[in-house]
Design a protein around this ligand. Structure first.
Ligand code: ISE
Length: 335
């Protein structure tokens, strides 16, 4: 058996996934690529045998050749496609965010519950990064005692047009919300956002950088520097403080070169390079699990819980106050 995947959305992330599905991933093939811009869909399937370029998701889901869906459209378009794919009972890999707000994410959770089994894996790829999983297992195995604090740096070189102030939370810090939940195995209980001195390089009314402060159920404190117009490159790093030590991940990696009176290495230019290996592992885990009728990563509940954190985060951005994260009771399916 093989997954015949319809990739919905052939933008930056969609195109990247199409490449990996058609070259490096085992057990799956690209059956269809959907984009409102048909020329973009056509360009994306070039050289891929047996793939169709289409302009409507309905057409792809109903064409008989498709048995799985990878959703890589902008977040506000996910919900409708999710319902259609759930109706077909197809394995679904949905890029983050699951949906743009907690209410719609909760509806998606309800639709999956009605189906009675998990079909949605949400694209939080950091869980599949080698250093992230190493830190995750140090925490779970209590190798350095209890985890006390997490310090995150999330820096992007620049933002695409239309990247709003809210998107610093909804599109960027959403990754840390998931990472903190993944590391601690707990829900985040509150979010506060501090706006300090801004860079002159921020467009679109963004206040950049921002300092996000969080707490988890057991009182682990976390902070995130989100800085999306940092210019120098793409950098995502974490330092974790334990009772018996400190662990740092995502630091600079080699090769380190000494030449012409200088020494140093290079910084990854974007998330495709920084998390390329993690995306490969993520998509392979999704495919392997889907072939067994399961999912291989973050669930719709994770999509919902992070959406609730984002909502609190955007409110905190506006009020400057510490805002409580409101969550419904976790359904048994996700326990
Ligand atoms: C983007 O959508 C991502 O998901 C990247 O991982 C993140 O670093 C970036 O800030 C987001 O805009």
């Amino acid at each position: 058996k093989i997954l015949r995947v319809a990739v919905i959305g052939a933008g930056r992330m969609g195109a990247d996934h199409i490449k990996r599905l058609s070259t490096r991933i085992h057990g799956a093939e690209v059956a269809a690529v959907v984009d409102v811009d048909l020329a973009r869909a056509q360009a994306a399937i070039e050289g891929i045998d047996g793939a169709a370029a289409l302009s409507s998701a309905d057409e792809a889901l109903n064409n008989g050749d498709v048995n799985a869906v990878l959703i890589a459209t902008p977040g506000f378009l996910h919900e409708e496609i999710l319902y259609k794919a759930l109706e077909k009972d197809f394995p679904i890999l949905c890029e983050k965010p699951l949906t743009p707000d907690a209410e719609s994410a909760w509806k998606v959770v309800q639709a999956e519950l009605a189906l009675g089994h998990k079909r949605i894996q949400v694209g939080f790829m950091r869980r599949f990064d080698a250093e992230y999983s190493a830190l995750g297992s140090i925490i779970r195995n209590s190798e350095l005692g209890e985890l006390l604090m997490l310090h995150h740096q999330h820096r992007n070189p620049s933002t695409p047009e239309g990247f709003t102030n809210e998107m610093l939370i909804n599109d960027s810090v959403v990754h840390e919300f998931d990472a903190i939940r993944y590391f601690t195995g707990e829900e985040i209980t509150s979010v506060q956002v501090r706006l300090g001195k801004p860079t002159r390089n921020a467009p679109n009314g963004q206040h950049d950088p921002q300092h996000v402060l969080l707490e988890t159920e057991s009182g682990v404190l976390a902070d995130v520097e989100i800085y999306v117009n940092a210019k120098f490159g793409y950098q995502v790093a974490t330092q974790a403080s334990f009772e018996d030590g400190i662990v740092s991940i995502g630091g600079d990696s080699g090769p380190y070169i000494q030449s012409a009176g200088k020494w140093g290495g290079s910084v990854t230019p974007g998330f495709e390079e920084r998390f390329g290996a993690a995306y490969d592992v993520e998509i392979q885990a999704w495919v392997d699990a889907a072939l067994r009728g399961e999912i291989g990563g973050p669930t719709a509940w994770d999509g919902y819980a992070t959406a609730a954190c984002c909502e609190a985060g955007v409110e905190a951005q506006k009020s400057g106050e510490k805002v409580k994260v409101q969550l419904n009771t976790k359904p048994d399916l996700y326990k």
